[in-house]
Write a protein that binds this ligand. Structure first.
Ligand SMILES: NC(=O)c1ccc[n+]([C@@H]2O[C@H](COP(=O)([O-])OP(=O)(O)OC[C@H]3O[C@@H](n4cnc5c(N)ncnc54)[C@H](OP(=O)(O)O)[C@@H]3O)[C@@H](O)[C@H]2O)c1
Length: 436
C-alpha cells in the first residue's frame, strides 16, 4: 500500500471510528436506561440525533477524501476524536453520573440533623452515609455486622480527614474537628430481617437519641430527623427468616415496615419535620400483575429472584405511599410535625447486591464489568437521590412520590392502588406483630 493511501486510511479511521463509537454509546445508554425503566424511550433522543448528524457529516467527509488531497483532512482527523470523547464524557456525566451532593456539603445543609441509615456498611448505603456526614449530619449506621460498620466508619472518617487536611485550617483546628467528627458517626446493631433485632434496635436508638438530645427535656420524645430504609437483598434461592417469612420480603419490606412504625414518634418529634426515604427499585415494574397479597411469602408461586424482589420493592412503594397518606390525615399532638415520605430508585448501581444471585447472573456481571461500568452508576452517584430526598427543601409538598435521578417520576397503576396498600399495611402489621 502506498504511503499516501495508508495516511488516508488512518485519517478515515480517526474521522469515522470515534464518532461512530460515541453514537453507539449514546444509543446503548438510552436502551440500557429505558430497559431498566429509568426513563422513557425518548429521554435521550436529541443527544442521539446530534451524534447521528455528526456521523453523517463524517461519512460525507470520507467520500470527499477520494476527491481532494488528504492533507485537507488533517483538521477533521484531529477534531473528530476530541469531539467524540467529549460527547461520550458528557453523555456519561448527564445520564449516568448525574449531579453530586457538593452543594449540600458546601452549605452544610444537614448540620444538626440526625439520620439513621439501614445497611450502611457498603454500596449505596455507605455512600449515602458519607455524603450526609460530609453535609454535617450525625449519621447512625444501622447494620447487622458491627465490624463491617466500623470499617465503613473508618473509611468515611478518613475521606473526611483527607478533605480537611487539604483545607487551610490550622493543625489544632483540624485535630479538634476530627474528634468532633468522630462523635457524628454512630453504630446501631440491627438485622432488619429479624423482628426481635429491629425491636431491640428501636429501644437502643431511643437511648442513643436521648444522649444526643440537646434540649435537656427528659420527658420529650427524642427526635430523629431522617430515616433511610436502604438495606436490601436479592436472593437466588428461597430462604426464610427466624419467623418463617420469606427472606427477601422480610428484609426488604417487613423488617423496614416494623422499624419505620416503631420510629414514627421520634420522626414526628423532629423540629425540622421528619423524613422517611424508602429505597425501592424500578424493578418493581416486573411485578406485572401487581402486589400478590395472597402469596406474600412466595409459597404458592414458583420462586424466582426477580419476581420476589419485584414484589418486595412494590411493597416498599405501596408502604411509602400509604404512610404519606396516613401522615397527611393524622392530627399531630403538641409540637409534633407530620413526617414526609419519599420513594427512591437509586438507578442501576454497581454494588455488591449481586452477591446472592445465581452463578449465571453473577459471573457474566463480573466478566462484562468493563462494559457495564460505563453504563451503570458508581455508588456515590447512586446515593445522590437518597441525599436529595433526605435534605432538599423543595420536596416538602411531594410526600409519597417516587424519585429517580432526583426527579419525581410517574409510577404504574399498581402503585396507586390504595385498597391494596391498606390491605398490605394490615397484613404487614399482623406478620410483624404490630397493632394497627
Ligand atoms: N444496586 C442497584 O443497582 C440497585 C438498584 C435499585 C435499588 N437498589 C436498592 O438499593 C439498596 C442498597 O443496595 P446496594 O446496591 O447498595 O446493595 P449492597 O451493596 O448489597 O448493600 C446492601 C446493604 O444492606 C445490608 N443488609 C442486607 N441484609 C441485611 C439485613 N438483614 N439487616 C441489615 N442489613 C442488611 C448489607 O449488609 P451486609 O454487608 O451485612 O450484608 C449492605 O450493607 C437496596 O435496597 C437495593 O434493593 C439497588
Amino acid at each position: 500500500m502506498s504511503e499516501s493511501l495508508t495516511t488516508m486510511r488512518v485519517y478515515q479511521g480517526l474521522i469515522a471510528g470515534p464518532i461512530a463509537l460515541s453514537l453507539l454509546y449514546s444509543i446503548s445508554v438510552q436502551c440500557f436506561l429505558s430497559g431498566w425503566h429509568e426513563c422513557s424511550w425518548t429521554y435521550h433522543l436529541s443527544s442521539i440525533s446530534l451524534r447521528l448528524t455528526l456521523v453523517i457529516v463524517a461519512i460525507a467527509i470520507l467520500f470527499a477524501m477520494e476527491e481532494f488531497s488528504h492533507d485537507t483532512f488533517l483538521l477533521p482527523a484531529v477534531v473528530f476524536p476530541i469531539l467524540a470523547v467529549t460527547l461520550m464524557v458528557r453523555t456519561r456525566k448527564i445520564y449516568i453520573t448525574g449531579p453530586t451532593s457538593e452543594k449540600y456539603i458546601q452549605t452544610q445543609a444537614a448540620k444538626d440533623k440526625i439520620v439513621l441509615i439501614t445497611g450502611a456498611n457498603t454500596g449505596i448505603g455507605k455512600e449515602t452515609a458519607r455524603q450526609l456526614f460530609m453535609a454535617g449530619a450525625t449519621v447512625i449506621l444501622s447494620c447487622r455486622s458491627e465490624q463491617r460498620a466500623r470499617d465503613a466508619m473508618e473509611d468515611i472518617l478518613s475521606s473526611q480527614q483527607h478533605n480537611s487536611s487539604n483545607s487551610t485550617a490550622t493543625e489544632t483546628t483540624q485535630l479538634r474537628s476530627k474528634t468532633m467528627d468522630k462523635d457524628r458517626l454512630l453504630f446501631l446493631q440491627c438485622d432488619v430481617s429479624d423482628y426481635d433485632s429491629v425491636r431491640n434496635a428501636s429501644q437502643e436508638l431511643d437511648k442513643m437519641l436521648c444522649k444526643l438530645d440537646k434540649s435537656n427535656d427528659a420527658t420529650a420524645t427524642p427526635a430523629l430527623d431522617v430515616l433511610i430504609n436502604n438495606a436490601g437483598i436479592m436472593m437466588g434461592t428461597r430462604k426464610e427468616n427466624k419467623a418463617g417469612h420469606e427472606l427477601t420480603m422480610a428484609c426488604n419490606h417487613l423488617g423496614h415496615f416494623l422499624l419505620t412504625n416503631l420510629l414514627m414518634p421520634n420522626l414526628r418529634a423532629s423540629k425540622y419535620g421528619g423524613r422517611v426515604v424508602v429505597v425501592t427499585s424500578s424493578t418493581y415494574t416486573l411485578a406485572d400483575k401487581g402486589m400478590d397479597l395472597d402469596d406474600l411469602q412466595c409459597e404458592k408461586r414458583s420462586y424466582t429472584m426477580f419476581s420476589q424482589y419485584a414484589q418486595s420493592k412494590l411493597a416498599n412503594i405501596l408502604m411509602g405511599k400509604e404512610l404519606a397518606r396516613r401522615e397527611s390525615e393524622t392530627k399531630n399532638k403538641g409540637t409534633e410535625k407530620p413526617v414526609k415520605v419519599y420513594n427512591v430508585h437509586p438507578g442501576l448501581v454497581r454494588t455488591d447486591v449481586v452477591r446472592n444471585m445465581p452463578w449465571y447472573l453473577k459471573y457474566p456481571n463480573m466478566m462484562f464489568s468493563l462494559v457495564l461500568v460505563t453504563l451503570q452508576k458508581a455508588p456515590p452517584a447512586g446515593a445522590y437521590t437518597n441525599v436529595f430526598c433526605a435534605l432538599d427543601e423543595s420536596l416538602e409538598n411531594q410526600s409519597g412520590e417516587y424519585f429517580s435521578n432526583s426527579e419525581a417520576f410517574a409510577t404504574n397503576k399498581f402503585t396507586h392502588d390504595e385498597d391494596t396498600a391498606k390491605r398490605l399495611w394490615t397484613l404487614s402489621c399482623n406478620l410483624v406483630g404490630l397493632k394497627e
